[in-house]
Design a protein around this ligand. Structure first.
Ligand code: SF4
Length: 349
């Protein structure tokens, strides 16, 4: 789509969210404007989004350069027929968010896998629906968003567990919530004495960076508990001037940023792409934290990279980048048994 970047709406995060592409007609119209057509028919598209919702902001769609599966942005966001292939070993809940044997999801809005930290899930809504998402079983479904009573139950749980030192807001994407809802959450968390840290996991800096408003940044910066933001950049094309500028505004206010990426076939599975991504992050003062081996989530085999390939890329990167630019390459064990660090393996690979 030939979007008008000069239109004041372009930098309005709510306009970006309200004008996301969620259906075939919009996708066809956006692609027609760049003389392209979707790679799937309307029926195929509907079959795909029956399984897993689609959504993409105008801003993120605008980063696509080639309107097919060869494009790293397109691959992350546009439904593909490959998703219909579900391997026997692929799972609905690949990292065991809700493993009943471990009791890791005691409440609708809370996951408690590690003793000293919990995930708080205030919303199931995202600004975009990444085709590789390990929570695709629940994201985009309003039935999975927390109601006020679910949040209150989660706050009570945290209060009753003094061993919990950190709350990680995730989802869904917490920054899709309006300021009013976010402020209510932060205010409640601020009041829990034994909590020491708040972390926000979000893709908004990548797919709708104008969400990082100075107003919200000021609120976060003024909280007594430190707030860390963990962004989710996967490709150097995502580090745009506007994303850099908005992140920089928050960093200058005193809000530190980490980044988690997922190793994805046809997106970032090369030394040159990962090197550009990791250097680009360091240049905008975002610390590369994790590089995740893609989870065994259903319908994503076309996006997964063999661990051996990941190890060999990481090994080559060792000599090419400063140590602090190299993320931990990790694999989440199925069933909720936690992460396996792979970095010791690439040192000897
Ligand atoms: S933004 Fe995060 S939670 Fe939402 S679909 Fe993408 S990876 Fe999943």
């Amino acid at each position: 789509m030939n979007f008008d970047h000069e239109d004041p709406h372009w930098i309005d995060w709510k306009w970006q969210q309200a004008n996301s592409c969620k259906d075939y007609d919009t996708l066809s119209a956006w692609m027609a404007s760049v003389e392209s057509t979707p790679q799937v028919t309307s029926d195929q598209f509907n079959e795909l989004i029956d399984r897993y919702k689609m959504g993409v902001t105008p801003y993120y769609f605008d980063l696509i350069q080639h309107f097919d599966d060869t494009d790293p942005i397109y691959r992350q966001i546009i439904p593909s027929l490959n998703e219909l292939l579900v391997l026997e070993e692929e799972l609905d809940d690949p990292i065991g968010d809700e493993n009943p044997a471990r009791g890791s999801r005691p409440l609708k809005a809370l996951i408690h896998r590690y003793p000293n930290r919990v995930l708080l899930l205030p919303t199931a809504q995202c600004a975009v629906y990444c085709r590789f998402c390990f929570r695709k079983r629940l994201v985009g479904d309003p039935a999975h968003s927390a109601r006020e009573e679910d949040l209150q139950a989660a706050y009570n749980y945290i209060e009753q567990h003094p061993e919990i030192k950190e709350v990680i807001l995730t989802g869904g994407d917490p920054l899709t919530l309006g300021d009013h809802s976010l402020l209510a959450i932060f205010k409640r968390l601020e009041g829990i004495k034994h909590l020491q840290l708040i972390r926000i996991h979000t893709r908004l800096p990548v797919v709708n960076p104008c969400r990082l408003t100075p107003e919200l940044g000021e609120v976060l910066a003024k909280l007594e508990k430190p707030v860390w933001v963990s962004s989710h950049f996967n490709h150097p094309l995502e580090i745009t001037p506007i994303a850099s500028k908005r992140i920089n505004t928050w960093i200058r206010m005193g809000i530190p940023f980490l980044n988690q990426s997922v190793l994805l076939k046809g997106v970032n599975d090369s030394v040159s792409t990962l090197k550009a991504l990791l250097m680009g992050l360091i240049e905008i003062k975002v610390k590369p934290y994790y590089l995740h081996q893609a989870d065994m989530v259903q319908g994503t085999s076309h996006l997964r990279v063999p661990v051996e390939r990941g190890l060999s890329i990481l090994k080559e990167l060792q000599g090419e980048l400063p140590g602090y630019a190299i993320p931990h390459y990790v694999l989440d064990r199925p069933g909720g048994a936690g992460k396996i660090p792979l970095q010791n393996l690439y040192k000897s690979a």
